[in-house]
Design a protein around this ligand. Structure first.
Ligand SMILES: [Cu+2]
Length: 355
């Protein structure tokens, strides 16, 4: 009987020679035809940059260390293999990380230890061997009051700092600048409406990537880690409150910057708002954190925080203008404008000097 049972089990698992012989072996033609459409439908991994659109960073030689190309610091604003949260660089991030590290985690550890001790005690003290005649107790008012009140108190102890943190997240200080972030399959585009700067940001491919086109710059260590470095970084001024308006134009993406404690869904047809204030200049990396299609893993986010004077320089380099300065294209409409380009450049310098 037992032998029959084993035979049935093995046959069901397809392990018997008979089952192997009768199972339809995948023919080479079948597997080729099955694989072909997926290869055609899904571009090779790592094709982050748009092959049809020349890389904006190609035109000018990239000089590592210049504004927009600062060299990232290992372990800052990027994963470094250690467990736990990334070091935080925004007020909300610091508050949330402290709440997690010094309140939630110890609380979880204490609760787990108490439950484990209770469980082991019950297993040993109240085992059948030690209690041949079972206890007939069914109520104990004191214990019932304790096991109702203690969890309520624990939840209140978590809720108070948690709600305070949420209040801080959703009551941002007045914004110094606004950035519109749009997720696309599979890249990000950024717009600084007050500065007249709009650009796309694609992942930089590895030099060894066979899908990299001739007009696409390969990633170097000065750009950042693999899968996180981008051709055009979003550059932001240090110490300023930045409001991010997040949306998408095709499917749901998620704008996530772990070092800023930001993870905001980007939904087509909706505008979501989040904010950050970063005091430390540096390069910070994030990724799309919503499964958005075949190349979801190849649309990183890179934000470079720079002193304000360098930010003005970056705005100028990207065809923008500081608020108050008229864009070069709009200048001809003004009456008696001598030379629009000269006027624009002078205003930019004045704005830079002010900063
Ligand atoms: Cu995405």
């Amino acid at each position: 009987m037992r032998l029959i049972g084993w035979a049935i089990a093995l046959a069901a698992a397809g392990l018997t020679p008979a089952a192997a012989a009768t199972a339809p072996a995948p023919s080479p033609t079948t597997s080729t035809t099955a694989a072909a459409p997926s290869v055609n439908a899904t571009p090779s991994a790592g094709t982050g940059q748009n092959p049809g659109q020349p890389d904006a960073a190609q035109a000018a030689a990239v000089v590592p260390g210049t504004v927009g190309h600062a060299i990232p610091t290992p372990g800052i604003g990027q994963p470094d293999g250690r467990k736990g949260l990334q070091t935080q660089f925004t007020p909300i991030g610091e508050e949330a990380a402290n709440f997690h590290d010094y309140w939630l985690l110890p609380l979880c550890a204490i609760i787990s230890i108490i439950v484990l001790v209770l469980l082991v005690t019950a297993l040993i003290r109240f085992r059948r061997g030690a209690n041949p005649i079972p206890s007939r107790n069914s109520h104990n008012t004191t214990i019932e009051v304790i096991w109702t009140l203690v969890p309520v108190l624990i939840l209140v102890a978590i809720a108070i700092p948690s709600i305070r943190l949420l209040r801080h997240v959703y009551t941002p200080p007045p914004a110094d600048l606004t950035v519109k972030v749009t997720g696309h399959q599979w890249y990000w585009s950024y717009e600084l409406p007050d500065y007249g700067v709009t650009f796309d940001s694609y992942m930089l491919k590895e030099a060894s990537d066979p899908t990299r086109q001739a007009n696409q710059r390969a990633r170097t260590n000065a750009d950042g880690p693999p899968l996180l470095a981008v051709d055009n970084r979003l550059v932001l001024p240090a110490g300023k409150v930045v409001k991010f308006i997040v949306t998408a134009d095709d499917v749901i993406h998620s704008f996530a910057m772990p070092a800023f404690w930001i993870k905001q869904d980007a939904n087509p047809g909706q505008l979501h708002e989040t904010w950050a204030k970063v005091d430390r200049p540096g390069v910070y990396f994030g990724q799309c954190s919503e499964l958005c299609g075949a190349r979801h893993g190849f649309m990183p986010i890179a934000i470079e925080v720079v002193p304000e004077a360098q930010f003005a320089q970056w705005v100028g380099q990207n065809g923008g203008h500081m608020p108050g300065a008229k864009p070069a294209a709009a200048a001809p409409a003004a009456t008696a404008a001598p030379t629009p380009a000269v006027q624009e450049s002078a205003t930019n310098q004045a704005a830079t000097a002010q900063n």
